[in-house]
Design a protein around this ligand. Structure first.
Ligand SMILES: C[S@@+](CC[C@H](N)C(=O)[O-])C[C@H]1O[C@@H](n2cnc3c(N)ncnc32)[C@H](O)[C@@H]1O
Length: 233
């Protein structure tokens, strides 16, 4: 049986799909592109390697990785929401990129591809999974030995810290206010709730180590607004 959160999240992303890229650019002032590039630079994918972009959405990371691993490697973008994945496919067609393989699948339900990937990336996906630990376990299962994984997401900073207060103000006054103009207020209000249920940096590192990752590092971006978790199997 599907978890309620899984269905709720899928509905949210299907609903916002048509405005997803536009609002991402607007609400992050274009910065999400720099952070995604930073994540890919830290992971150093190289030609010939096999990669997966989990919770790929409209495919930003998959497109960046495809530039690095082609022509000898592979990149598979996986997402559970059909409408947002269709946008990724359309972008591929426009860019005439036939290299990326797109798959509709719930990340937590992937049961093929064991030890298949040299690298896995996920941006703004882990926080949305029904269970973060199960997500990290799945990544471990999918990676080859010595494989690496990188996650970019909002950083869950300490309550009442300056960064936490700034994040709340930004999410409530900018993100929700602007998204209301597109009738997507409740969908974007979900971000704050999801951050409050997301493990903090030390908790993420502990989960990863318990799952079996040999190395786990976390770095914050933009004064603690975002965070990147890098894992090595
Ligand atoms: C905030 S978007 C991020 C999209 C893209 N990675 C980016 O950074 O622009 C989160 C994505 O995760 C997907 N997602 C959430 N839960 C998922 C799951 N259990 N399995 C696969 N995809 C999932 C959603 O459909 C959505 O496309």
């Amino acid at each position: 049986m599907k978890f309620t959160k899984t269905i709720e999240v899928k509905n949210i992303f299907n609903k916002i799909s048509y405005k997803y890229d536009f609002l991402n650019n607007l609400l992050s002032f274009g910065l999400h592109r720099l952070w995604k590039r930073k994540l890919v630079n830290l992971l150093e994918p190289s030609n010939g390697e096999d990669w997966a972009d989990l919770c790929c959405g409209t495919g930003d990371l998959a497109f960046l990785i495809s530039e690095r691993v082609s022509p000898m490697g592979s990149i598979t973008g996986i997402d559970s929401a059909e409408d947002i994945l269709n946008i990724a496919k359309k972008k591929s067609d426009l860019k005439k990129n036939k290299f990326i393989k797109w798959e509709i699948q719930d990340v937590l339900e992937i049961n093929n591809y064991a030890k298949n990937f040299d690298g896995i990336c996920m941006s703004y996906g882990l926080r949305n999974l029904n269970n973060v630990e199960e997500g990290i376990k799945k990544v471990f299962y999918l990676l080859k030995d010595k494989g690496r994984a990188g996650f970019l997401d909002f950083n869950h900073s300490t309550k009442n810290s300056l960064s936490n207060i700034f994040q709340k103000i930004y999410l409530r006054l900018i993100v929700v206010t602007i998204s209301r103009f597109f009738n997507l207020g409740p969908e974007y209000a979900y971000i704050e709730k999801s951050i409050s249920n997301f493990p903090k940096k030390n908790e993420l590192i502990n989960i990863a180590k318990e799952v079996g990752f040999k190395k786990a590092e976390y770095r914050t971006i933009l004064g603690g607004q975002m965070g990147i978790l890098i894992l090595t199997k």
